[in-house]
Write a protein that binds this ligand. Structure first.
Ligand code: FES
Length: 121
């Protein structure tokens, strides 16, 4: 029985951790600005999204799936998003991997502020 459970290269999302925000997130309020401290952030674990405020009034969001092995990263602190699994660190501003073992950036999710909410753009 060949071919069982083989990941097809033609299909996206096979075994790559599913890091993309679901299309259904578009337009959805994922956090309140008041819940995201400057220099810190908020992990929305059920959506696997992490929101940061690297500087006053600037909000960023990323997939919370670590680009190393897919663990969910922790709540951002001191403008750093850390993954507790193997110690990778990512910049809260850009999602760039600043400490390994992860080398790829967290997947950015476009967001905008609408009223007091952070909305997926
Ligand atoms: S899964 Fe995040 S550092 Fe390994």
């Amino acid at each position: 029985m060949a071919g069982v459970a083989v990941c097809g290269v033609a299909l996206a999302g096979c075994g790559s951790g599913g890091a993309q925000a679901k299309p259904s997130l578009k337009g959805q309020v994922i956090a309140k600005t008041a819940d995201v401290p400057v220099g810190g952030g908020k992990l929305i674990s059920d959506l696997k999204v992490v929101v940061t405020q690297p500087s006053q009034g600037v909000f960023k969001a990323f997939s919370a799936a670590c680009t190393h092995k897919g663990c969910t990263v922790g709540t951002p602190k001191d403008n750093v998003i850390r993954c507790a699994c193997h110690g990778s660190e990512f910049a809260a501003e850009s999602g760039a991997a600043t400490k390994g073992p992860a080398t790829a950036p967290l997947t950015a999710i476009e967001v905008k502020v609408v009223g007091d909410g952070i909305v997926v753009a």
